[in-house]
Design a protein around this ligand. Structure first.
Ligand code: ADP
Ligand code: MG
Length: 710
């Protein structure tokens, strides 16, 4: 394994997917008919032929053993944001006492991890603990090496014994299949006779912070909650913009290369890396992949980031807002839909105004985001992400769509009745002969939009850095399924009247824009003006907190949407509401307890020591006839801030013992409206104290040390 030194980097193409049981490895180790059957399942969604599982299992085992593995694990994504795995040995003891390495088809296809302690939101009781993992052939198996050895990992879905989804992957596979069916129907109506399976794609950009582990170890808040519950912003923040895209510090670059090497070995196409806006903040983005593979890879990436950081003496923070007062971290989920016959269905091409197929697919997204914007808000609702969304930071909690100048103009022309042109971008000449000329992009970027069209895909920017990308992908594919079905129905009805296809398509897009253009917004999403206008004039919802957003899961229109598309049953949806609501409540209550204990056991004693030294010094000076006004004032300020802090701590302490809520909704609102403001108030006093108390007595490392020492 690569260590701290960066001298032994191998070329990426040599490392690429060496630890993955790829199609080409299957091809060399499987009989031809078995390989063809598996390949058809992976590439075209053909039903898995279980009779070939035994042969695949044996080949997979031999390959894994050749890589040093002695254990295998079905890996799955329960409703927590983590990844779960249960390990089993290949070792099988025979009747005569000898042992062989064995991996049967049944062990590959199905596992029974129990896992009754995973949150399931009431889908099953502990006495009905039986749950299964089932092999997801479409996401490749791989080996991972730790200091303890090598394990073969098999991506799976996690379901209850009655077949209900207990995980984040099953709904993603269902949403993808539903979207493919709806898209195929529309493509056929548009006259394509050959239509391959449609798949959604995802390219997730991950933002994160790195801090030196030695500082983090002295911060119980960071260790337990992933963010600072106290901390006064340093004199230098991000105001100079000298970190964004700056030269990557050497120690960080060595870390990044180590991360990338691990990713390459696992076939994860790490592509872009750079410094982000805040000091200590960075980003990594892979090439996009099929959504469910990208989602698995994203989970692995988060694990690799955290584990590799430890090896380099860092702690990697994936929290959405580790440091109050400076930029938080998101995960931009770039998403599109495409297939092998028609290509990227969200590619506008050079003349979007005559590209009916694009207009219908893009129009379907616009309709979906308008109808179900609150759902998109709900799937990114977590305690951590509340510090970004709805808190004067990028992006806002109001879900709108940014199309860019060119497309906004085309869609507007259609709305107004006649579409005649697409504004074309010029060629940009830089005026210096040695520099290249290049075409200008037809649309700018808008960093304040939560849902932005970026050339040939949408970028959902409201996703939290800590989150699995699965729920957002499920939501996007599901609303698109619904819209594509509506579009196909409309188109079919119009075609039945005998009008020509192009006119029918434009009429459908026109109807979409008449009903849904309120969601299209190209201005500044942070501004107060937009917040008022969006709600009052456009009728969009501003769901500021998780407590406001999660109940959307319980609305009838949302239950209907998931039921109609076959993505989640009412029970499965309700279970998600329960699990996420409980996670929110637990996160805030845990933070509140920690606020109390840090204030009582760390800050208050430090302040006492400071005050005692001050009063000692004042009385000593007085004895020799010196009156120091400054010291007396400081004593008063510190004493008064401490009293206010401890009074609020007492209030908070009483507040968290209130436990008479009748519904989860009520409990969530209490966390959002009562506990969170009190925690913030304690912090305000404490942060003011940090600016007054002697530095050598302050018990917590400062922002300055954590953000600037690398
Ligand atoms: P930026 O920071 O400008 O938004 P990046 O280059 O950092 O852009 O990231 C863009 C991401 O979008 C990459 O992960 C890229 O692979 C992904 N992407 C590009 N095309 C598609 C597509 N058709 N579907 C999904 N993701 C895409
Ligand atoms: Mg981006």
């Amino acid at each position: 394994m690569a260590g701290i030194s960066n001298t032994k980097l191998s070329p990426p193409e040599k490392l690429w997917a060496t630890d993955v049981f790829t199609l080409s490895k299957m091809q060399t180790s499987l009989p031809e008919d078995v390989f063809e059957s598996i390949k058809a399942t992976i590439q075209t969604g053909k039903k898995l032929d279980v009779s070939v599982a035994g042969i695949v299992a044996a080949a997979m085992k031999d390959w894994a053993i050749s890589k040093g593995a002695s254990f295998y694990a079905h890996i799955f994504h329960p409703l927590t944001n983590i990844t779960a795995e249960k390990h089993d040995g290949f070792l099988s003891v025979q009747r005569d006492g000898s042992a062989i390495a064995e991996f049967t088809g049944k062990a590959l296809v199905q596992g029974e991890p129990d896992g009754s302690s995973f949150p399931n939101g009431g889908i099953r009781s502990t006495f009905e603990a039986r749950a299964y993992t089932a092999w997801d052939v479409t996401s490749p198996a791989y080996v991972m090496e730790t200091d303890n050895g090598v394990t073969l990992y098999i991506p799976t879905v996690f379901i209850s014994w009655t077949g209900e989804a207990l995980d984040k992957k099953m709904p993603l596979l269902r949403a993808n299949a539903a979207m493919s069916k709806a898209a195929t129907r529309l493509l056929k109506l548009l006259g394509h006779s050959e239509v391959a399976t449609v798949n959604s794609s995802c390219g997730p950009e991950q933002e994160y912070f790195l801090i030196d582990a030695r500082f983090a170890h002295s911060r119980p808040d960071i260790l337990l909650t992933g963010r600072t519950l106290f901390g006064r912003p340093a004199a230098k923040g991000q105001q100079f913009d000298d970190h964004y895209f700056g030269a990557i510090p050497e120690r960080v670059q060595v870390f990044m290369q180590d991360v990338e090497e691990r990713m390459y070995r696992l076939g994860i196409p790490a592509k872009t890396r750079h410094n982000e806006v805040a000091p200590g903040q960075f980003e990594i983005a892979p090439y996009f992949e099929a959504a469910n593979v990208a989602s698995d890879h994203q989970q692995i990436t988060m694990t690799i980031l955290k584990n590799t950081a430890k090896k380099h003496g860092f702690i990697c923070l994936l929290h959405e807002k580790p440091f109050a007062g400076i930029n938080g971290s998101g995960k931009h989920v770039n998403w599109s839909v495409s297939n092998a016959t028609q290509g990227n269905l969200l590619d506008p091409g050079p003349n979007p105004h005559t590209n009916q197929q694009f207009l219908l697919f893009c129009g379907a997204v616009i309709r979906g985001v308008h109808k179900y914007g609150p759902l998109l808000r709900a799937v990114v609702a977590t305690a951590g992400n509340d510090h970004r969304l709805g808190a004067n930071e990028a992006p806002p909690a109001i879900i709108s769509v940014y199309l860019g100048k060119q497309l906004e103009d085309v869609f507007n022309q259609i709305k107004l009745g006649e579409v005649t042109s697409s504004a074309h971008a010029d060629v940009m000449s830089l005026g210096i002969p040695t520099l290249p000329e290049f075409p200008k992009d037809p649309g700018d970027r808008n960093r304040t939009s939560p849902f932005a069209f970026t050339g040939n895909r949408f970028e959902f920017r409201a996703v939290g850095s800590n989150q699995s990308v699965s729920d957002p992908l499920v939501a996007m594919n599901t609303i698109l399924t619904d819209s594509l079905t509506w579009v196909a129905d409309q188109l079919e009805a119009k075609l039945a009247t005998g009008i020509d296809r192009d006119a029918a398509a434009i009429a459908v897009v026109k109807e979409i824009m008449e009903k849904h253009s309120a969601v299209v917004f190209g201005g500044n999403g942070y501004s107060e003006e937009w917040h008022t206008k969006a709600v009052e004039e456009r009728g969009l919802l501003n769901l500021r907190t998780t407590a406001d957003a999660l109940p959307i899961f319980q609305e009838e229109s949302i239950q209907e949407l998931f039921k109609r598309t076959g993505v989640l049953s009412a029970g499965e949806l309700e279970s998600r509401f329960h699990v996420y609501a409980e996670q929110y409540i637990q996160a805030i209550e845990m933070e509140a307890k920690l606020v109390i204990s840090i204030a009582k056991t760390m800050i208050s004693p430090a302040v006492r020591r400071h005050l005692s030294a001050l009063s000692q010094s004042i009385s000593n000076l007085r004895q020799i006839g010196i009156e120091y006004e400054f010291e007396q004032e400081n004593t008063k300020t510190v004493a008064s801030l401490t009293k206010q802090m401890m009074d609020t701590v007492r209030e908070l302490d009483n507040a968290i013992s209130t436990h008479n809520f009748t519904t989860l909704k009520e409990h969530m609102q209490y966390c959002a409206k009562t506990l969170r403001p009190m925690m913030d108030e304690v912090r305000e006093y404490a942060d003011a104290l940090e600016g007054e108390v002697a530095d050598d007595l302050w018990p917590l490392p400062h922002y300055q040390e954590m953000l600037f020492i690398k």
